[in-house]
Ligand binder design. Sequence first.
Ligand SMILES: [Zn+2]
Length: 159
Amino acid sequence: MNIRIGNGYDIHKLVRDRPLILGGINIPHKLGLLGHSDADVLTHAIMDAMLGALSLGDIGHYFPPSDPQWSGADSLILLSQVNGLIQEQGWQVGNIDSVVVAEKPKMKPHISQMQDNLAQVLQLEPNQVGVKATTNEKLGPVGREEGICAYAVVLLTQV
Ligand SMILES: [Zn+2]
């Protein structure tokens, strides 16, 4: 089999006095995401999808919250490490599709920069990295702006 699929999901809590970082972009907002690393929920979902495609476990296994070395870590650097792991096993990303679910702020102005950032780290063309955004129609914890979540699917192809 020369293609593999993976899916990833992540959610982080929104709190005061934290930056809001999504796809490596610091987005101006009154609330930011809480987490041990920079809490980039989109990048985390993508990493989990990449690992899942090869049954390599999840990001908590490689970058445990208990390890101080990952405190405040730039998730794009973690993404690059996950990509290295995939490449060591003889695979590369074919394409990614992802969705950020956030009530606020507006994601649209930042989407293309997120695609560029992620594509650059993964050595892909931006059109191989789909990033979409939606609200949760004010429903549930995401709708109440208590957190932001992200979903990703990744197709890997054998090098
Ligand atoms: Zn996370």
